[in-house]
Write a new protein. Sequence first.
Length: 154
Amino acid sequence: MGANGREPAPATRLLAGSAGWLLGDVAREVTLRLEEALRGDELRWRDYGVLVILESAGPLSQQEIGRRLAVDRSTMVHVIDVLEQRGLVARGRDRADRRAYAVELTGAGRALLAEVLHPLTDAVHEQVLGRLTPGERRTLTRLLARLAGPARDA
């Protein structure tokens, strides 16, 4: 069965043994469901990513947020503009470098994350990963974090 709960089409059976293909398939499924779930709050997955990064790291430059999310500069400007218009983030002077600007999460952004977005994304992950045991999920997350982390020389 594929990540979407359907039997793979005959042409994709050949790819069913490819870890890269399967990772991409699951990622597409999570992204699709997350986009659908966030639509009710007029948000996209990148918006959620920005809010989570700011929640965990504190104020950051737009450039650093974009680097962490692998989002290009012009797209990041638009994402931050939209979130700022909604009152979820605020741009201000960087405390460490008064010449630079930093983006930070507002109280409204923190509340939206805690009350709506984290529970919503937990539900999406449950939909997609619900067939795995808690131990399997921890193992999968640990392995993915290792693959996504910086490359290390052997």
